[in-house]
Design a protein. Structure first.
Ligand code: FAD
Length: 494
């Protein structure tokens, strides 16, 4: 007999609820624990998982395979081309290993829930117990309700309820212990799994050698790296987070999003660690940097609660249905200019180039480029949402969808539609000296002073033109009026 833990987006051994439970079950029965992970190229395609993200997962699995092997726990990883074959393959393996229990952590997206419900049925048919638990969020979805018993759709009251709930149930932040070692006999029993190499990258997600090296050095993988990044951030930066977090040139945020979204670090671990260094030993009060960081991490829970309660957001529908009928522009050339960082708006272009190079973009810049695409270019925000997922190493459906809905004014608790970011003012405010722009747009390195924010409008046109930097592809004043009119018309129609 054996117990199986199915890894998905929880690629860690420490503070992993389902893994810890699976290990306890195996120990109580005196049977081995087997871990598995399925590489599913069709799932990657369907969910727009970026190539850097797939690469990060495979690099993480290498670290995990070694860590688990030290405890004689085999990690079985295989590629299943078609997603419809994933569940049958898991069942086949369970039969082969005589596994009577499967554990996993719940993912809240519709496709994943459907897949899990198929697994429940198969397990019932085969007499296997199946346990799926909440782990990805600190407070499970549907726990927090308004006075009227409804799901919150506004962040601030939700956040107050979230803090209160955790303070009343402090065990929600307790760590789950890592798995205990298998009986040594597991080595011989599962030797082929220990000996087999990890699958290669699926062809639909391959990277060039240069890209592989770049992403590996920018984003070292695995949970040990996640923990040392967390420790460094909490020691060196979190104290000033509140004042510095909005400035993309400052490198003052945690840069842990790839770890939260792949599960190499649990949000629970990070929030607990931040709480423990706060003078109040609570999630509120005390150091503003610490509490500010916790409140940002809470957005992650918030968007997952929204997704779990209103699953239609997974189906290309705006959260606010009255925004369904906005008439968008379909200008491919302008969309491509946005994707490639050639809009003629330096802050937008710097941000898009950061994304294309690093698989990451600073949060302030994500808001600026999202607002620019949806409002200045009046492009359907879903095109941008898609482009982000295809390029971000930290792509996470709920946070990405939430962020796009916020910026395009179509989402849960969004910016009102008439609040339209002025890219020039955003640039002056958040990249005053232009360091971020100069870093990502080498063509503008020679532009001095405030012309960096708007070279053609502020007397640096010749330098910019000579360096091949484009003129603005849209006039912000005109675009603002157009967006206001179109949003109003769209709202009128529904
Ligand atoms: P820090 O400032 O150190 O914050 C700590 C953690 O809190 C982050 O790692 C993240 O897990 C969470 N967090 C912070 N801000 C938010 C937020 N606004 N919404 C949800 N969680 C947040 N984040 C993703 O993880 N994946 C995405 O696909 C994603 N897409 C986004 C798209 C748009 C249009 C916008 C506006 C935001 C998006 N975000 C996304 C949120 C945010 O930009 C990133 O989480 C953040 O920039 C990551 O950098 P960091 O780890 O240094 O963050």
């Amino acid at each position: 007999e054996a117990v199986v833990h199915w890894f998905k987006r929880d690629l860690r051994t420490f503070d992993n609820r389902a893994l810890s439970m699976a290990s306890a079950k195996a120990k109580s029965k005196g049977v081995p624990l087997i871990c598995m992970f399925i590489v599913s190229p069709q799932d990657y395609q369907a969910h727009l998982t970026s190539a850097p993200r797939v690469d990060f997962e495979l690099r993480t699995l290498e670290v995990m395979k070694e860590d688990l092997a030290e405890k004689d726990i085999p990690l079985y990883v295989t590629t299943i081309e078609e997603r419809k074959n994933v569940i049958p393959h898991i069942m086949q393996k369970c039969e082969e290993w005589n596994a009577k229990h499967i554990y996993c952590n719940i993912e809240y997206e519709v496709d994943e829930l459907r897949r899990e419900s198929k697994l429940v049925k198969k397990c019932l048919d085969q007499g296997i117990s199946f346990t799926a638990v909440h782990d990805d969020v600190v407070v499970p979805p549907e726990t927090l309700v308004t006075g009227a018993g409804k799901q919150y759709s506004v962040y601030s009251p939700w956040f107050r309820a979230w803090i209160k709930h955790i303070h009343e149930h402090p065990h929600l932040l307790d760590a789950f212990p890592p798995p205990t070692p298998n009986p040594p006999t597991a080595r011989q029993l599962f030797e082929p799994i220990f000996a087999s190499p990890l699958p290669t990258t699926p062809p639909n997600k391959s990277l060039t050698i240069e890209e592989r090296n770049r992403f590996a050095s920018l984003w070292p993988a695995g949970e040990h790296e996640a923990h040392s990044r967390l420790t460094r951030f909490l020691h060196e930066k979190v104290g000033k987070y509140k004042e510095t977090r909005n400035f993309p040139a400052h490198n003052s945020t945690g840069l842990l999003s790839v770890h939260f979204s792949s599960g190499t670090l649990a949000a629970r671990t990070a929030i607990r660690s931040a709480r423990d260094i706060n003078s109040t030993k609570k999630l509120d009060g005390g150091n503003l940097g610490i509490t500010g960081w916790i409140s940002e991490l809470a957005w992650r829970d918030f968007y997952k609660h929204v997704l779990a309660h209103w699953p239609y957001v997974c189906m290309h529908k705006p959260f606010k249905y009255e925004y369904t009928d906005i008439e968008w522009e379909y200008d491919d050339a302008k969309f491509e200019a946005w994707c490639e960082g050639r809009t003629g708006y330096p802050i937008v272009d710097a941000a898009m180039r950061q994304l294309n190079y690093m698989g990451y973009m600073h949060n302030r810049c994500r808001m600026i480029v999202a607002s620019f695409l949806a409002k200045d270019l009046l492009t359907d925000w879903r095109r941008g949402e898609r482009y982000f997922m295809e390029h971000l190493i930290d792509g996470d459906f709920a946070s990405n969808n939430g962020g796009w809905g916020f910026s395009a004014s179509t989402g849960v608790d969004p910016q009102p539609y008439f609040r339209i970011f002025n890219p020039l003012l955003q640039s002056e405010k958040f990249d005053e000296g232009g360091e971020y722009i100069r870093k990502w747009i080498p063509e503008l390195a020679g532009v001095v002073g405030t012309a960096i924010h708007d070279p053609y409008g502020r007397g640096a046109g010749k330098v910019a033109e000579k360096a091949g930097y484009p003129r603005p592809i849209v006039d912000h004043k005109m675009a603002r009026e157009r967006a206001l009119a179109r949003y109003k018309e769209g709202l009128g129609r529904s």
